[in-house]
Design a protein around this ligand. Structure first.
Ligand SMILES: [Zn+2]
Length: 203
């Protein structure tokens, strides 16, 4: 039976959109754009981001392109849930944005699913790979669950090819496979690289 528009509108919404790729691919710009479109449509939109090491400050509220969107910093899934559920009690929330899901604890995945099941549109971003080009946690599990997945590419900072890898550089050299994720003195940086220019020393 073909549903008419009225019956369709009575049904609840709810789905997950994942915006993924390497660093410098414009994930945050795309995230902000999508949230803004819902805000223009008078939907209640709320956004969260993880509180992370200051070295990642380039990826906070301001994206690389400088568009601003107020988003609430949280330390964990529990804290995000507390703040969001309080907001939901206050008023209906239609759209939830969560930036950088790879930096959350693993409970975020089940909560994202729960929100979508409750009729909320959840738009998330996350790196698909770490500096070793291995799948990043949370993003690897959201990928099969999301209704929509967009994988964005960057431009290789060495040769101009399409880049889908994040090159980590420590003290001016490509990072070693075994280098710790967090450096105490923090002298590391990142570049978008293509498959030909990406370098990793396997120890
Ligand atoms: Zn290249």
């Amino acid at each position: 039976m073909i549903q008419n528009r009225d019956t369709i509108e009575q049904k609840q919404l709810g789905w997950v959109e994942l915006i993924t790729g390497c660093m410098f691919a414009g994930k945050t710009e795309e995230f902000i754009k999508r949230l803004r479109r819902h805000a223009f449509a008078k939907r209640n939109v709320i956004a969260f981001k993880p509180v992370i090491d200051t070295r990642y400050a380039v990826n906070e509220v301001a994206s690389h392109a400088g568009t601003l969107l107020s988003s609430i910093p949280v330390n964990s899934t529990v804290e995000l849930k507390e703040k969001l559920e309080a907001k939901i009690l206050e008023k209906k929330v239609d759209v939830v944005g969560i930036d950088e899901i790879q930096f959350f604890d693993e409970a975020i995945v089940d909560y994202i699913e729960e929100l979508a099941d409750r009729g909320i549109i959840v738009i998330v971003t996350g790196l698909d790979k770490d500096f070793r080009s291995q799948p990043f946690k949370n993003v690897d599990r959201i990928l099969p669950l999301a209704e929509m997945v967009d994988k964005l590419t960057a431009i290789c900072q060495k040769c101009g090819n399409f880049a889908n890898r994040t090159q980590r550089i420590i003290d001016g050299k490509p990072a070693d496979w075994n280098s710790p994720l967090i450096l105490v003195d923090g002298n590391d940086s990142y570049e978008a690289r293509c498959r030909n220019c990406y370098q990793i020393e396997k120890g």
